[in-house]
Design a protein around this ligand. Sequence first.
Ligand code: SAH
Length: 237
Amino acid sequence: MLRAIVSLLCCLVVISAASALGHRPSPIEEQRQRMVRVIERHADEPLDARVLKVMAEVPRHEFVPPARRGAAYEDTPLPIGFGQTISQPFIVGFMTDLIDPEPTDVVLEVGTGSGYQAAVLAQLVDRVCTIEIIPELARRAATALDEIGYDNITTRIGDGYFGWPDCGPYDAIVVTAAAASIPPPLLEQLKPTGRMVIPVGGPFLTQQLVVAVKEEDGTIRTRQVLPVRFVPLRREP
Ligand code: SAH
């Protein structure tokens, strides 16, 4: 009897010692943590810790074409087909930080692309509506998001210039393709105190990342925060 109790106690000691050592990160988790440290070093001002935590969790390799997976955790944009790219991780973190995401927020993303930015947002807010103009990319992103298990992201094929009124109004809007100027329908769909981040400028040139805030009285206040380079916001022919 005593021997049984002693061996049970030994067993418990071994189990608690193992759990004290904690979860050992897998090689992919280590790569993600390294990517987050690169993002942190890149930022002039510290990014929200919640955003960095989410970026250490979202499996970016699931959103890049299989042939590019080896580079999934480098801080660089990667081609996703159809002349489009998954944004650089630093830019994804920076744009997410700029909209001050809150757990109750409803957010619109224009330019689903791979679905990665939508996944990062979805872990920080209540609901994400994301719209993509290239049907194949929209379908591929919807499948990836579904397979990973996101249930608070709604995807749609369409021209995001006009926003998505039925899914909003929005606490925040993230536009991931460059527009010549801020599309008025997007400003309309922003709630009072809503925040928008959008690259503004000519196609294939350096654009300015602009933050637009809608005041309580509807006034729009904008500021430029960073020179960036995005693919153009397409218009339907
Ligand atoms: N957010 C994406 C980055 C995508 S790149 C990601 O995390 O992977 C920009 C995307 O915007 C491209 O997929 C492009 O097809 C899409 N796009 C361009 N013009 C658009 C428009 N008018 N409406 C919706 N999507 C558009």
